[in-house]
Design a protein around this ligand. Structure first.
Ligand code: GLN
Ligand code: ZN
Length: 765
């Protein structure tokens, strides 16, 4: 018999119940007990949703983040928090977000743990902190309670824990201590934990070591061996889980580690399954992650069965089936969606539907396809409808992509020639000031957008309200004295959704929320078909904004790579092909803006870095098509049109040459938090064009002083010629309010004026 299980279920709830409970609790509007009750109800519901599986997961639920939960379970709580008053939950939220509801003062009492992306997903975890004094001690009560709860509802429970080696790998050594030196101490706590789980009646434990799909040094491979040779004495069965990629040179290691079973992401690593079966010792079970846990498409069940049946014949009871990874990365339940076109709806599967697919596959293998023939037929029909749909395939789009030439991605002249033309045209001062695009999204702006969506405002009324907002924003910027203005983006709910809604090939859900971090969720749009530009999207807004001022108005667009990386992407063609379609669509918008007389156009590529593959050996391939896509989008303009791009991450030293190849006239980046350390890269690599290193952190309500900005810019001017420097915040201002934005920008502009009068282009102090 094939066994079914799951690697994790979304926590946030069908209607984001967890999000709302958390946010109320943080504001002091909900008691701790009420928060825990909500969490409890959600877990019960989620176990119910998974009850058809042979094993249901426990320990995957979290109030904020499962890596942070692991830190607490291992007694690894930062000292700055451990010393403060309050209960465990207070400490937990202090690490998560710098404060707990017990902290009344507005200034956070401690700095929060660093947050970073979970492998190549859009989920963010709280980075474990280590130093030479780190000592681990077991506090497993949270996990044990969840196991008890799950058992009470009569389920067979398989706890999920993060493996010790991946835990160390994900963390950061604060004082340069070698993290692997902590392994011995850590392993003794894991051994204790496994004993406790045994005592709680547990038979199987899933232990996640996703680092097995990354490039590992000998030291880390050795750590994996050491860990699992020691833990094999544990009185429970271990299912070692890997996901998000292929094992490649770690394949043999993964097969040989002395555990009782191995889970392989057989969506990402389908080509390795045969080799794994050959290598895997015959006493081990093999769990195949056959349903894509990262995407929202229905699985082709018949094709999957064709592939699985011979594997099943060979492995028999040793075969387990599951989604490829935790379902954390997909929305909860498709049944909530009421507004999707019927055919598109029939092509999709969210978490609940994906588990049904796992169950159907297992049933077909265990009892023959006949007993699920109706479901298979329905599935076949949906798959065929998608393959043949006229909505999906547009010959004109594929033909346009085929006809792309390098010339389309190449500016008419080189940067220094363009710069001369542009300087003459714009007559900007030295150290010109600008912003990244959005201005405060006030209550009023949100209300107007909501009312328009709800049909309470006519198109005309809506436009008038938004024009008023744009005018206010332009007047504020003029009063402040900024050099290059923006319209403020009041009409945009989200930088991807806004454009997606007006392009062909995109669909939108009502409840397709996915956790990004803590209580924050995103609702990625779905690219289901060939993408095309239908009509100008932004020209009217930007032209209106330009009509209000003599200063240059910057047109604001989202770039193709970011559109791709923040959407659910079709799986029936390579991502690179979809990206090229997006590139052509946004190119049309760039040219429409230029045609409408807009001379400065910013194309945001906030998410370009996020798309980097987990293995460095694959970076070049990604960067090649990603940069090509940007060039196709941006570089069809005339020399006197100035192209800006913006990226919001502070780490780009390792992709600097690729970024230079984009050939944007100006790039604005996040640097303020790293105290311009980012610019160290410029010592080795001469960035050829203009750059605006963000001079203050928009994520914080603090107002930067004039001096701090001057200091940062001086650092920048030591590496980049002053005539190529811009002064700007490090990202959009939409989450701030005007009371914060005005003084911050006033100081920024004062700093720029000081710099332009005190620093000549040749002399750098
Ligand atoms: N133009 C966008 C804004 O200002 C950029 C947002 C981003 O980089 N994430 O909001
Ligand atoms: Zn940004």
């Amino acid at each position: 018999m094939v066994t079914t299980h799951n690697l994790g279920f979304p926590r946030i709830g069908r209607n984001r119940e967890l999000k709302f409970a958390l946010e109320k609790y943080w504001k002091g509007e909900l008691s701790e007990q009420a928060l825990l009750d909500t969490a409890n109800t959600l877990r019960m519901q989620h176990w119910q949703d998974q009850s058809q599986l042979d094993w249901i997961p426990a320990g995957d639920f979290s109030l904020y983040d499962h890596v942070l939960d692991t830190s607490f379970m291992l007694g690894n709580v930062p000292e700055r928090v451990a010393a403060l008053a309050g209960g465990e939950l207070d400490s937990y939220f202090r690490v998560a977000r710098g404060r707990s509801p017990a902290d009344k003062s507005a200034c956070g009492c401690v700095h929060a743990g660093e947050m970073t992306k979970w492998f190549d997903t859009n989920y963010h975890y709280i980075v474990p902190e280590f130093d030479k004094n780190t000592k681990f001690s077991l506090k497993a009560s949270r996990l044990l309670e969840q196991i008890q709860q799950a058992k009470q509802v009569n389920h067979s429970v398989k706890p999920i824990i993060l493996g010790p080696v991946t835990y160390l790998w994900l963390g950061k050594s604060k004082d340069g201590t070698d993290k692997l030196q902590l392994l011995d101490d850590l392993l003794s706590v894991y051994a204790q934990l496994l004993h406790e789980l045994k005592n709680a009646g547990i038979e199987w434990v899933q232990i996640d070591e996703p680092i097995l799909v990354t490039e590992l040094t000998e030291a880390w491979k050795h750590a994996l061996r050491k860990a699992y040779y020691q833990l094999q004495a544990a009185p429970v069965n271990l299912l070692l889980a890997t996901y998000f990629g292929q094992l490649q040179d770690n394949l043999q290691l993964a097969c040989e580690l002395p555990v009782n079973g191995l889970h392989l992401d057989s969506v990402a690593a389908k080509n390795e399954v045969a080799t794994v079966i050959d290598w895997l010792p015959s006493h081990k079970i093999l769990s195949l992650g056959v349903i894509n846990g990262r995407n929202i498409w229905k699985t082709d069940l018949t094709a999957t069965l064709d592939w699985l049946e011979p594997i099943h014949a060979r492995l028999t009871d040793r075969l387990w089936l599951a989604p490829s990874c935790s379902l954390l990365h997909v929305p909860v339940d498709l049944n909530n969606e009421r507004k999707l076109p019927r055919d598109i709806y029939s092509w999709l599967a969210f978490a609940v539907q994906k588990l049904q697919e796992v169950t159907v596959l297992a049933k077909a293998l265990n009892q023959g396809r006949d007993c699920v023939s109706e479901i298979l037929q329905e599935n076949n029909a949906a798959i065929a409808s998608r393959q043949q749909s006229e909505r999906v395939h547009q010959i004109t789009v594929t033909a346009r992509v085929r006809d792309i030439t390098d010339a389309m991605g190449t500016r008419q002249s080189l940067y220094h020639q363009r710069a001369m033309v542009q300087r003459k045209k714009f007559q900007l001062p030295l150290f010109p000031t600008t912003t990244i695009g959005s201005f405060p999204q006030t209550q009023n702006i949100r209300q107007v957008r909501r009312d328009f969506r709800a049909g309470k405002l006519s198109e005309h009324e809506y436009r008038q309200s938004m024009q008023k907002e744009i005018e206010l924003c332009v007047r504020e910027q003029e009063a402040l004295g900024l050099d290059v203005l923006v319209h403020g983006e009041p009409e945009r709910n989200d930088m991807v959704e806004y454009f997606g809604e007006q392009l062909a090939g995109y669909a939108f859900t009502e409840y397709g929320w996915v956790q990004s971090y803590g209580s924050r969720c995103v609702k990625p749009p779905i690219i289901y078909g060939d993408v095309a530009h239908l009509q100008p999207i932004t020209t009217e807004w930007i032209r209106y904004a330009q009509s209000l001022t003599n200063k240059p108005m910057k047109g604001m667009l989202t770039g193709p790579v970011t559109m791709l990386n923040w959407s659910f992407v079709r799986d029936d063609q390579p991502r690179a092909d979809t990206c090229m379609q997006l590139a052509l669509a946004i190119r049309d918008e760039v040219l429409a803006l230029e045609h409408a007389g807009i001379a400065i156009i910013q194309i945001d590529e906030a998410a370009l870095r996020e798309g980097l593959p987990l293995r460095k050996s694959q970076w070049d391939t990604y960067l090649d098509w990603a940069i090509r896509a940007f060039r196709i989008t941006a570089n069809g303009v005339k020399d006197d049109t100035q192209i800006h791009t913006h990226m919001c991450y502070s780490e780009f030293n390792d992709i600097m040459t690729a970024i230079a190849r984009m050939d944007a006239d100006v790039i604005t980046i996040e640097t303020s938090r790293s105290n311009m350390e980012l610019l160290d890269a410029f010592d080795q690599f001469q960035y050829p064009n203009e750059i605006g290193p963000g001079v203050y952190d928009i994520h914080s309500p603090n107002i930067p002083s004039v001096d701090s900005i001057i200091e940062l810019m001086k650092k920048a001017a030591q590496r980049i010629p002053a005539e190529r420097l811009w002064v700007n915040p490090d990202c959009g201002l939409k989450t701030r309010n005007w009371e914060e934005v005005r003084p911050a920008l006033r100081n920024m502009i004062a700093a720029s004026r000081y710099l332009s009068s005190h620093l000549s282009t040749t002399q750098v102090s």
